[in-house]
Design a protein around this ligand. Sequence first.
Ligand code: BTN
Length: 265
Amino acid sequence: MDGPSTFGSQEPFGEPLRHLSSVDSTNGEALRWADETDPPPEGAVVLADSQTQGRGRWQREWISAPGASLVMSVILRPPWTDHRFGLLTVVTGLACAEAFDSLGLGPSGLKWPNDVLIDDGKVAGILIETRMRQGVPALAAVGIGVNLADPGLPSEIAERATSLASAAERRGLDAPARREVLRAILERLEAAYRQMGHPSSSDRLRAQVRDRMVMMGSELVLRTPDGDSLEGVAEDLGRDGSLCLRTDSGTVAVHAAEITSARPR
Ligand code: BTN
């Protein structure tokens, strides 16, 4: 199913690029592409002008208006199956944050586990979907959705969201073009991904993620996928991308949850 790993190949991320005017979900398309008889190399990208069934975390819909967003998925076949796999989401967030900063739109922050923020508003979200082989993750479709402009934002999320165009306007800059944002993200994601191959660099990346996490040290309320509520102080980012939360009954590693409220201490 998953062709040979091309980790270390010289092909830059984004080559080949499958550009579609419309698709159900770029993640879905990336997974289908990886299943074809002649599968794409690592770093191949699916880019779409619009998605009809964009997927967000927790089976939510990801709404993106044509022309107002960047939606793409990068195909990866990580050769490692240890704790680093859990870091992929936050490292992808880091790559996006660094890309936005490089366009003059920073400082960008990260809201664990998968949101990229500018000026306290969500500007991008990440959803990684994996395929397992012999019990270990063998393929990842790294889905990234970026709000390029505001008109695309549905009203129920508009007040918590922002766009690169708004951030640019606040800074007296022109809004970046979609291809510029795409290139900046892919460059940083490729560099970070290659670093993850070296355990000491992956610890450095983890520190960089932690430095950008806006809610570190805050009192958080989290909701788990089971609907349970967890309260505590965000203490650290675990080596596997988990959130270390100091609760009344000790520090726990939270692997899957969303932050529903945060109060600085
Ligand atoms: C979230 O914040 O809930 C994650 C949103 C991820 C959306 C992106 S858009 C490109 C890729 N394709 C999808 O169907 N989803 C991701």
